[in-house]
Design a protein around this ligand. Structure first.
Ligand SMILES: Nc1nc2c(c(=O)[nH]1)N[C@H]1C(S)=C(S)[C@@H](COP(=O)(O)OP(=O)(O)OC[C@H]3O[C@@H](n4cnc5c(N)ncnc54)[C@H](O)[C@@H]3O)O[C@H]1N2
Ligand code: MOO
Ligand SMILES: [Mg+2]
Length: 414
């Protein structure tokens, strides 16, 4: 008799997966290798930024008091006593009605408290005149105006983006403490599977899930260990899964998780003594997605159907791997958009539709069954329709999850 499985809600399934994330520890990396990693320490400003008062313009540093009363009818003159560019510090001190020719980024000379842009002056070889009064600190970029020494500028668990790199460089981090990345293994199960380079023969198909997951991991900045393909025979599959599970922090298998005669993953989990967190989720595609843990390792049993496999990765594997690294933003970015066409099918479970989103409108990306490959390629988002609904129409506002973003969001909002 076929096994009866009890579906759990998507949000409950995600919660359970995350509760079993095993922390991986941290490692030091050279700054130039740290893009895309997760910070394992908070970044505290070691200096003010900028570290000194400086000129934001090419012009003349003056004492603002000397400019009082300047106007078109009463131009005020300054002797130019020095000339500095960024990186140079003038040894001179400004006295009354003296100016120093100064370039953008140069430290303000002693005595100066304002900068006059070239465009605001009339220049003669050794002097200038101006036609308006300047306030104290006018046109001055102040020490610490961007960041103050001691401030926590980036939290531990943040994604290191190009801006983070700039900030780390600013504070002199030639090395940075980042979370270790999980070792992720991929095994595609199915007697029907051929390698990408193989000729098609009757009854067989090429393995598309394996290469797809490699790319999904790559998009997150991970490499993986490939365990290739295994045919649907219990002993053989068990041996590969056991070995792979020992060698990785997280093993992703595809196929073999449903109730078919050759779906051996349930039996393999049992033989491994793994704790199965769930084997049915109230979602489509991907209802058969199974997640188990054994010896502090994840075993993700993704569906063999390509769209279900893809969705299972994005919904469950992605946040789990991020959580293992202590990341703060675990979830796909969420937005709302206007449905670009009718979608009248009933949704007994929460439905995730591969879709293309243009910033305003979202439309299903073609053939949208669980076994579809084409709509994965054409989509850049997932439309999410709640379970127990039907009859969505062009113009309805729907939930959308965005795929491929560098960084996600910290709340699961659906
Ligand atoms: N009696 C029932 N049958 C099925 C149920 C059910 O509840 N009762 N669930 C269906 C649903 S929903 C899904 S999804 C699939 C899941 O099947 P499995 O995860 O066990 O995967 P397989 O049986 O191994 O394969 C399913 C399908 O996917 C193709 N496949 C597998 N691996 C790959 C790969 N690496 N690349 C490309 N395509 C792959 C495979 O050839 C099959 O067509 O079960 C339903 N059945
Ligand atoms: O798990 Mo299946 O993908 O729901 O269609
Ligand atoms: Mg099956």
């Amino acid at each position: 008799m076929v096994e009866k499985r009890t579906p759990i809600a998507v949000s409950a399934a995600i919660k359970q997966v995350l509760e079993h994330a095993f922390p991986l520890g941290s490692e030091n990396l050279d700054l130039e290798d740290s893009y895309g990693r997760i910070l394992a320490e908070p970044i505290v400003a070691s200096t003010d930024v900028p570290p000194f008062n400086r000129s934001p313009y090419d012009g003349y540093a003056i004492r603002s008091a000397d400019s009082a009363g300047a106007s078109g009818e009463n131009r005020i003159g300054f002797d130019v006593i020095d000339h500095i560019g960024a990186g140079e510090v003038s040894a001179k001190m400004l006295n009354a009605h003296e100016a120093i020719r100064i370039m953008t980024g140069a430290q303000l000379p002693d005595g100066a408290d304002a900068v006059v842009m070239f465009e605001q002056t009339v220049e003669t070889p050794d002097a200038i005149t101006i036609r308006k009064p300047f306030e104290p600190l006018e046109n001055v970029s102040l020490q610490g105006e961007d960041v103050q020494k001691g401030e926590v500028v980036i939290d531990s668990g943040s994604f290191i983006n190009p801006g983070t790199i700039a900030l780390l460089a600013t504070f002199g981090y030639s090395q940075v403490l980042v979370a270790k990345q999980p070792v992720v293994g991929i095994l595609s199960t199915g007697t029907e599977l051929l390698d990408v380079g193989d000729e098609l023969v009757p009854g067989k198909i090429r393995n598309s899930n394996g290469p797809m997951i490699v790319a999904q991991l790559k998009r997150m900045g991970f490499r993986c260990k490939m365990y290739g393909m295994s045919i649907d025979r219990l002993d053989e599959s068990f041996n590969v899964v056991k070995k792979a599970a020992e060698e990785t922090d997280c093993l992703i298998t595809t196929g073999g998780v449903s109730v078919g005669d050759f779906d051996f993953l349930p039996a393999i989990y049992k033989r491994l003594g793994a704790e199965v967190l769930f084997n049915k989720v109230a979602m489509r595609p991907g209802s058969v997605t199974t997640v188990a843990v054994a010896n502090d390792k994840y075993l993700f049993g993704l569906s063999g159907n390509p769209s279900a496999c893809f969705t299972g990765f994005e919904l469950f594997v992605r946040p789990a791997l991020l959580k293992m690294m202590g990341a703060g933003k675990l979830f796909l970015p969420h937005t709302k958009a206007v449905l670009g066409e009718d979608f009248t099918k009933a949704n007994p479970f929460t439905r995730f539709i591969r879709a293309s989103y243009d910033g305003e409108t979202v439309s299903p990306a073609g053939f949208n069954k669980s076994n579809a490959v084409s709509s994965i390629a054409r989509g850049n988002a997932l439309i999410v329709l709640p379970g127990g609904t039907r009859g969505f129409h062009l113009g309805d506002v729907v939930d959308v999850l965005l795929l491929g973003a560098e960084e996600g969001t910290d709340k699961w909002q659906l």
